[in-house]
Each structure stands twice: as structure tokens, then as C-alpha cells.
Design a binder for this molecule. Structure first.
Ligand code: AMP
Length: 613
């Protein structure tokens, strides 16, 4: 049964946190029993368990799996076979995740009941936040939230991202306090599929209600910064709408338009003048604090790959606390941050033991990664270079939630209520300590991911594949690509992928004459070869800028190696890092750059299709 949490009941909510964390082990065992009892007759589990709900049997017989192992089952459901092959409860939707498999987004099963489980976690965030910040009920939240396109599967199920699914549900419409208009964005503006109209209207509503706003946010830091950039580009028009008491003609979505007009009731030149005076300045240092002066914190995830945005956010937000409240995925919502005002580099998440049955594969960090590369991305402290080959080695059997040890690293495995059994999520976590009996985890990184700007997650293989296709264009010039690396450039908004290519002529060390059109073709080909989510972000959402190739002279990567060795890398085991994260290493490579080229057009993108079988 899905537990409930009344977000109005602060004491009750905090007691729930105490109970769940004190009885973490008991709740986990109950959760597993419940999942197994419910799904024992599914085709998948029957094959392994033969009617037993014993945990020992489960651990002995049910294999730990990757997406490729469960994909055939999910595809069968997408093609119309009954849910019971994996889940006793009907699979009502497929959630498209940011990982890809064979060029298609991964799809995770979900059920109606799981919406309630998600709601439980969202509701629990309310008392936890109220414990640390007073008076949040005296004002509004400006949350900039967006939906993405969805498709139908051959069997008639909908496939869409998890947040799109949630925002379109009645659970979201009925979310705590929504009927009291405590959020500045009307639901209609969030549910508008045209992301430009949606963004414009949400910012307009946020500006009109600026005096009431006590917190601002988006899901991820990248989306919040995109909103700031949008504001930079559109504040004059927004002010003009406020001044005239009207909405621009290009806002054509009728429900969006009406919802905004309901808030923008009459012309307000005083407010327009004030906002204009704040925006019409050279530096936007602290602009969030100026425009929304009562804001107490910025609610955006800044852990994992989002850590690269912390300094830019600090600049615009004038040092307001950046709060990462939760850790979740398409497979399952995992946990919450019980100490929301902790500094970004110190954020830990407590997995809620009733959300799923969690297991942890111990991993040993080795090579460059032992320095804690990517640990909440505190770049100044430790992130130097990342090489995926020397990530972590699996060490031993998967252990239970309460068996993990402080300071150790683990890969997360989940058994959900929705048809995933012992599924490797692909996230590496480190135990930072315990709250009561529940471990708390720092998000270290997602396995294999080298580049990420928004919700894209590009791994080393994707990158190599894209480069292999692109370099074909320089080979006829007698040119060799001898080395490459990359880095996510987030100095401007939106950020973009930068590739360093070391090129030389066959037979000597000279650099060929580089024709811009050929190099631009290389950039475009790389973008075309990157995965579905990259192309959606780049072409549809415009949350990633054009890919750039910086050509460096022969010798650049030797200089990089010398630097890495001076930083402690072993000469014998040295491998070129495929993603550069330290400023010094970047400076070294930039000093060798002889030409920089950008993709001239966005890659093709269209909603994927699931072929009927
Ligand atoms: P998706 O399935 O596309 O929703 O992506 C889920 C993944 O996003 C997780 O498995 C993590 O790798 C990452 N993620 C989600 N929440 C956080 C967080 N709070 N901090 C860092 N990474 C996160």
C-alpha cells in the first residue's frame, strides 16, 4: 500500500521521516516482500522464484540486470502483450529516460499507483523544507516547469518523460496548496507544449507576482539558467506587456493566454518601470534577488552533472542558498535531502526505504577517480580529469540498504513496484553517514557519462562513435586525427560540447590547411550521430548550443600528458582523459588551438517511433 503524507502536517511529516529512517531495514524487508508477493505470478519472476517470496531465493535466483536485459520485456508490452509478463498491476505508461539504447530512449514501466508513491515523496519535501525555512506559507513559489513531447506505442500506451507524465496527472493538479494559487505559474502555462510560449508566460506571471515570491526554482540548474537567459533576451517585451496590461500576439495557445490574462488584469506602468530599471543594467549580478526580493532560496538540483552551473547560479542569484531537494529517476523516485540548506558540495540524499527495494554493488574507485572526480562536482577542490576506463571495479555481492559503510562507493540497484527487478540504475553513490539507521548518499556520478549539458548524458562510446563518423570528412585531405578529448563549455547559456582534435598530415607533423566548411561538416556530423536526447535538447528545447571543434597542433596532447603526470597520474598507465574538467588542463589545450569551428545547423530531430512488431 502506498503510504500517505499530509504536507500540511509538519509534525506528522517529520515523524514519518523519523519512523522511516529508524526502521529502515524493517521497511526495506517489508517493501521487498510486498513487491514479491504482488508480482510472484508475473512471467518474469515465476521463472526465477517458483512461487517463493523468500529474500534468500530472490537474491540467489533473480539476476542483477541492465536495461538491455529488460528491454525485450518492455518492448513486448509496448507492442501489446499484457503487463503481467513483468508486473501484476497494469503498466499504464512508459517513461522515456535520458539513457539511450540502440539510438532510442530507454523506456521504464510505470503504473497508476506509482504516481501516488511519487506524490508521497513530493509531499514529504514540504515539512522537511519548513523545518529549515520559516514562513514559506506566507508567499508563493515561482517554479519554472516544462513538459516535453510524447508518443503513442503500437499498443496504445503513452511514452513520455517522467516529469511530463507527472505534470499531466491529477496528482500534480491537486498538489499541495495549488488551489490556493501558491505557485506563480498557472498549470496551463506549464502544460503548454510550445516551450517558448510556456517560458514566456511563466516568467511574465512570475514578474507580475514578484512581491509575493518567497522561493524560485526549476528541476535542474540548467533549466533555471535557461530561464535567466530567456529573461535577458525578452525583458523589454515582458515589461511592455506589463505596462500595457496585455500579452504579446505570438502567445497563441488559448489556455496559456487566458491563464496569464487572469493574472495580468490591468496595465501597471509602475511595475514595468521598476523591472526595466533592474534589467537595463550592464551586469546582471544578483538579478534574481533584485527581481524577486523576498526570495529565500533557489530550488534547483545542483548535484551530479549540474554542479558545473553552481558558480553561474551564484552570480545571478547573489549567493542565495541553492537547494537540491531530491534524487529521482524514471525508474523510481529514490530519496530526499534531509538537510536542504547544506552547501552544494555537501549535499547527501537519504533513500526512502518504502519507495523501492534498494541494493548496492560495492565498487572500488581507482585511478583518477579516487580523487572524488565529480563528487557533487566541487570543481575547485578535486575535479581534475576524468577517464572512464579507470572508473570503478565491482567488488563483491550486492548488499542491503543498511549494510552499506560510510566512505564506501556503491552502484545503485533497484527492485521497484512497477516491474523492474534488481535493475542497475547506473549511478555511483558514496555513503556520507547515517540519519538514524538510514544511510545518506552523495551522488558521485553516472557511470560512463563524460559530457552533459542539460538532461543529455553522453558516454565515451557515443562520443567515439560520433567522432569516428565525423573524422571521415578530414581523411581525404591526407589528415589524421591523432588524439581527442572534450569538455562541456557552460561559460555561456546554453552550454555546448567542445571537442579538442589534434590533427596532423599523414607522414609528417604538419597541420593541414583547414577549410571551415569541412570542419563545420565534422561538427554537424558529430551532432547528427549523438543520441536522441542530445538532439532533442539541441534542436527542440534549444538547451544545448552548437557543438564546437577546436583543432590543436601536434604536441598538445603530450603537453596534457605531462600535466597529468605532474598531477600524480602514472606514466605507464596514462590514458588520455576523454573529458577535461580542470581549468589548468583546459588552459594547456587552449594554448595549442589553431582553429575553432561550430556546427552551422541543428541536427535532425523528430519524436522517436516504436515500430509495431
Ligand atoms: P532520468 O531517468 O532521465 O530521469 O535520469 C535520472 C538520472 O538523473 C539519475 O539516475 C541520476 O543519474 C540523475 N539525477 C537525478 N536526480 C539527481 C540529483 N539530485 N543529483 C544528481 N543526479 C541526479
Amino acid at each position: 500500500m502506498v503510504p500517505s503524507c499530509d504536507p500540511n502536517d509538519k509534525e506528522g511529516g517529520l515523524k514519518l521521516v523519523e519512523d522511516l529512517t529508524t526502521n529502515a531495514n524493517g521497511v526495506q524487508q517489508q517493501t521487498l516482500e510486498e513487491i514479491l508477493a504482488q508480482n510472484l505470478e508475473t512471467g518474469y519472476l515465476r521463472g526465477f522464484l517458483n512461487g517463493s517470496t523468500e529474500k534468500e531465493m530472490f537474491k540467489k535466483n533473480v539476476p542483477i540486470v541492465n536495461y538491455e536485459d529488460v528491454k525485450p520485456y518492455i518492448e513486448r508490452i509496448a507492442n501489446g502483450e499484457p503487463s503481467e509478463i513483468i508486473s501484476a498491476q497494469p503498466i499504464t505508461e512508459l517513461l522515456t529516460s535520458s539513457g539511450t539504447s540502440g539510438g532510442q530512449p530507454k523506456m521504464m514501466p510505470t503504473t497508476v499507483e506509482d504516481l501516488d508513491r511519487k506524490t508521497f515523496l513530493y509531499n514529504l519535501l514540504v515539512p522537511v523544507m519548513n523545518r529549515y525555512v520559516d514562513g514559506l506559507d506566507e508567499g508563493k513559489g515561482m517554479y519554472l516547469l516544462f513538459i516535453k513531447p510524447e508518443i503513442g506505442t503500437p499498443s496504445g500506451l503513452t511514452a513520455r518523460p517522467v516529469l511530463t507524465s507527472y505534470y499531466k496527472s491529477k496528482n500534480f493538479r491537486n498538489r499541495p496548496f495549488n488551489r490556493f494559487n501558491v505557485y506563480t505559474s498557472p498549470d496551463e502555462t506549464i502544460l503548454c507544449l510550445d516551450s517558448k510560449q510556456s517560458m514566456y508566460c511563466q516568467l511574465l506571471c512570475g514578474l507580475i507576482q514578484r512581491d509575493e515570491v518567497l522561493r524560485v526554482g526549476a528541476v535542474f540548474a540548467s533549466a533555471f539558467l535557461r530561464a535567466i537567459k530567456f529573461l535577458e533576451d525578452n525583458w523589454k517585451e515582458l515589461c511592455s506587456n506589463i505596462r500595457m496590461g496585455n500579452v504579446s500576439d505570438w502567445i497563441t495557445d488559448p489556455s496559456c493566454r487566458n491563464a496569464v490574462l487572469n493574472i495580468l488584469r490591468s496595465p501597471n506602468s509602475e511595475l514595468a518601470d521598476l523591472i526595466e530599471s533592474m534589467c537595463n543594467v550592464k551586469s546582471w549580478d544578483g538579478i534574481i534577488k533584485k527581481l524577486w526580493p523576498k526570495t529565500k532560496y533557489v530550488d534547483v538540483i545542483v548535484t551530479g552533472s549540474m554542479a558545473q552551473y553552481i558558480s553561474t547560479l551564484d552570480f545571478y542569484c547573489g549567493g542565495l542558498p541553492l537547494v537540491s531537494t531530491m534524487y529521482a529517476s524514471s525508474e523510481c523516485y529514490f530519496g530526499i535531502n534531509l538537510n536542504p540548506l547544506s552547501k552544494p558540495g555537501d549535499v547527501s540524499y537519504t533513500l526512502l526505504p518504502n519507495m523501492a527495494y534498494f541494493e548496492f554493488i560495492p565498487v572500488e574507485k581507482s585511478g583518477a577517480s579516487t580523487q572524488g572526480v565529480d563528487c557533487n562536482g566541487d570543481l575547485s577542490l578535486n575535479c581534475s580529469l576524468k577517464h572512464v576506463d579507470d572508473e570503478e571495479d565491482v567488488r563483491g555481492e550486492a548488499v542491503d540498504l543498511v549494510e552499506v559503510k560510510t566512505g564506501h562507493y556503491y552502484e545503485l540497484v533497484v527492485t521497484t513496484f512497477t516491474g523492474l527487478y534488481r535493475y542497475r540504475v547506473g549511478d555511483i553513490l558514496m555513503v556520507t553517514g547515517f540519519y538514524n539507521n538510514a544511510p545518506q548518499f552523495r551522488f558521485v556520478h553516472r557511470k560512463n557519462v563524460v559530457l552533459s549539458i542539460d538532461t543529455d548524458k553522453t558516454n565515451e562510446e557515443d562520443l567515439l562513435n560520433a567522432i569516428t563518423k565525423a573524422k571521415i570528412f578530414v581523411e581525404p585531405l591526407g589528415c589524421l586525427l591523432t588524439e581527442y578529448t572534450s569538455f562541456p563549455d557552460t561559460a555561456s547559456i546554453p552550454g555546448h560540447y567542445v571537442l579538442f582534435w589534434e590533427l596532423k598530415m599523414k607522414g609528417n607533423e604538419d597541420l593541414p590547411d583547414l577549410e571551415s566548411s569541412i570542419m563545420q561538416q565534422c561538427c554537424y556530423t558529430m551532432e547528427e550521430s549523438l543520441d536522441y536526447v542530445y538532439r532533442r535538447c539541441r534542436t527542440k528545447d534549444k538547451s544545448i548550443g552548437p557543438l564546437e571543434i577546436r583543432v590543436v597542433k601536434h604536441g598538445a596532447f603530450d603537453a596534457l600528458m605531462d600535466f597529468c603526470v605532474s598531477q600524480g597520474s602514472s606514466v605507464n598507465q596514462y590514458k588520455t582523459p576523454r573529458c577535461i574538467k580542470s581549468d589548468e588542463a583546459l588552459e594547456i589545450l587552449n594554448a595549442w588551438v589553431v582553429g575553432s569551428f561550430f556546427s552551422k545547423k541543428p541536427p535532425l530531430w523528430e519524436p522517436f517511433r516504436i515500430e509495431a512488431k
